[in-house]
Design a protein around this ligand. Structure first.
Ligand code: DGI
Ligand code: FE
Ligand code: FE
Length: 209
């Protein structure tokens, strides 16, 4: 393992003191769900997944303008669509928060899992898939779509499946997650990130093989 239990415990305390109680409860539940999913899909990456979960929303409580300022300061582009879809920006700014405030955890697998936790992207790695799903179905989420997706995933009993069927089930669950997000964003007339569409298409192609 790359990170020790003591390092993860101390990270958890630092993260706890940096955010609201509400955001920490969600963060801690995502960590738990990521660890459960790690057991099924990537036991050797449990530590990396717990760290990614703890860090995934560290900038969530900043305002849209603060996100834009951070991104422009590091030379990242901010489009008109980004300004409208400001809820997606915290995933990108969290990367720079990790590099600045938690450099000991700034390894590529953590940074990518955090960066793509809201939109996804084409060809998501197993860590990216797990953080995306754990964020969606953490036990503290009570929205209909989250409850539905949590039941869809665990109700099929992935722990009893063969390795191949289990991975297909993960991809199918993610496709459904993107379907639900696209539907919700469509209903509120919000732009849908191209990255989410590319993520969904690439998962469908993988399932078709
Ligand atoms: O940060 P969390 O609340 O834990 O969850 P998240 O990082 O998945 O953020 C969810 C929010 O982001 C939710 O309000 C919907 C929004 N969102 C996700 N994908 C897109 C999006 N908003 C736009 N405009 N476009 C997207 O593609
Ligand atoms: Fe988030
Ligand atoms: Fe989150």
């Amino acid at each position: 393992m790359r990170f020790t239990e003591a390092e993860i415990d101390s990270l958890c305390e630092r993260v706890r003191s940096s955010m609201s109680e509400f955001r920490f409860v969600h963060t801690a539940e995502v960590e738990k769900m990521a660890a459960r999913l790690a057991e099924l899909y990537a036991p050797e990456k449990t530590d990396i997944l717990r760290v990614s979960a703890l860090l995934h929303d560290i900038t969530k409580e900043k305002k849209p303008n603060e996100h834009i300022e951070i991104l422009l300061n590091v030379g990242e582009s901010v489009s008109e669509e980004d300004r409208v879809s400001y809820k997606t920006l915290h995933a990108r700014t969290a990367v720079y928060g990790i590099i600045k405030d938690y450099p000991e955890f700034a390894i590529p697998e953590v940074l990518d899992a955090v960066r793509y936790h809201t939109t996804g992207r084409a060809d998501m790695s197993i860590c990216e898939c797990i953080i995306f799903l754990a964020d969606y179905i953490d036990e503290s989420r009570k929205f209909d779509d989250c409850v539905y997706l949590r039941k869809y995933f665990w109700g099929a009993e992935p722990q009893k499946m063969s390795k191949e069927a289990r991975v297909a089930h993960l991809y199918q669950t993610l496709v459904l997650a993107f379907d639900l997000t696209v539907k919700a964003l469509s209903e509120e007339k919000s732009p849908i990130s191209v990255l989410s569409i590319e993520a969904r298409n690439s998962l469908i192609l993988k399932l078709d093989k």
